[in-house]
Design a protein around this ligand. Sequence first.
Ligand code: C2E
Ligand code: SIN
Ligand code: SIN
Ligand code: SIN
Ligand code: FE
Ligand code: FE
Length: 430
Amino acid sequence: MDADKKQRRKIRALKKKSDKHILEYILKISEDVHNITDIDILLDKLLYEVRKFTNAEGGTIFLADEGSLKIRYTQNDTLFKDASMKYKYLGQEIPVSNDSIAGCAAKTGKLSVFKDVYHRGKSCKCGFNRQFDLSANYRTKSVLAVPLKTVRNKVIGVIQLVNAKDEKDAIISFSGKDQLFVSYFGNDAAVAIEKATATREMIMRMLRMVEFRDPKETGGHVNRMGAYAVEIYDRWAVKRGFPQELIRRFKDKYRIAAMLHDAGKVGVSDKILKKPGKLDDDEYKIMKMHTVLGYRLFANTNSEIDAMAAEVALHHHERWDGNGYPGKQDDLFGISVVEPCRGKEEIEIPVTGRIVAVADVYDALISKRIYKDSWPEEKVLEFIKENAGKHFDPEVVEAFFDIYDVIKAIREKFVEEPSTMEAPPKQAEN
Ligand code: C2E
Ligand code: SIN
Ligand code: SIN
Ligand code: SIN
Ligand code: FE
Ligand code: FE
């Protein structure tokens, strides 16, 4: 809270200075932004920075997707006291047209600002849809909508901020400095957004090749795993008092690493992978190799993300009580099946693996798999509780239950459908 107050004071002082000071400040935070790899973490950071500067109550980032705008990230202090809400509006679509303020900004490529959107004046051609306010019992008043343009002047999305507030929390207009900040910072970030989107698409394409289940499932399962992992980690790390910036950097790598946890299944034959029934002992031994194979895919590179992906792949089936696999193998590059071996236990298992273990079993049990039916929710939760201290790290289980509303919101958002970032995957031919 105090740090928050201090920051706000700093921003207020900055806004009294010349434009040059503001642009210098943008350059300073720009470096951080360009070092972010994951698109969700990037959008979170972007919205955080523009809301900090403008002191806006809420904000939404829309990204252009096949001729329309899709809500890709949204925050609102008043509406979303509960963290699960940010997932609710995800993926909602609006046309690039004059029917809405964001649509209008995307269409014209021009910034627009309103003191009160309910009184827009005759010259304004943009519509405003009150449906959202009505359904959420909210009053949108001041609005700033800024198109996100890349260097080639292509509009890739829109940042829309609502209800700027003064020191006493009264709603005011977005100032000229606000407009300057959001357009410069937004355009700088647009380049990073394009890059992070391309990275995510590449990862999704790669995972589709693994395609060990119905290809339609890939997006759902993988996106859920990434989101569960960062949210559980966030809770776990906040409880331990880790600094925010460290948490953000960690999550940036961790979402991607968690999405890749099963990439080693690419080396397991379809006969085993897609077997409708129970695996026999030999098949299960081979299946267990997906941990080691995943590790081999990502080990021995210099990238921090690859290093974390290798760590997650290797450890996500270890158990807190030491009965997991692959355990303490002498030569990870030498083995071809996982024979029983002393497992790693407790904090010998990296926290990245301990968290993905909970998320993975939760997702496996609550979903239908080719080899099993879905379990009822209460049975799944009971199973997870019972396994705190056995299969799972009790602290991680605690974090999981602390944010269970968020976990559920993620599950509802990423049902078995392709990633919100891309068109549906093509059916692969065998
Ligand atoms: P997965 O489907 O993602 O399952 C991940 C983990 O969830 C499993 O790791 C296990 O710890 C837990 N889990 C899944 N289903 C059940 C269940 O019915 N009961 C209980 N108690 N736990 C469950 P595990 O066992 O090491 O399996 C790793 C992967 O091996 C699985 O990933 C799946 O792809 C494959 N697999 C495991 N058992 C079978 C099977 O009987 N048939 C087939 N076709 N594949 C299997
Ligand atoms: C996200 O990972 O979806 C955003 C980061 C966060 O607020 O947890
Ligand atoms: C899939 O879910 O189809 C593959 C993604 C993964 O390896 O976890
Ligand atoms: C950490 O605090 O990041 C590592 C310690 C642990 O794995 O619990
Ligand atoms: Fe696995
Ligand atoms: Fe899995």
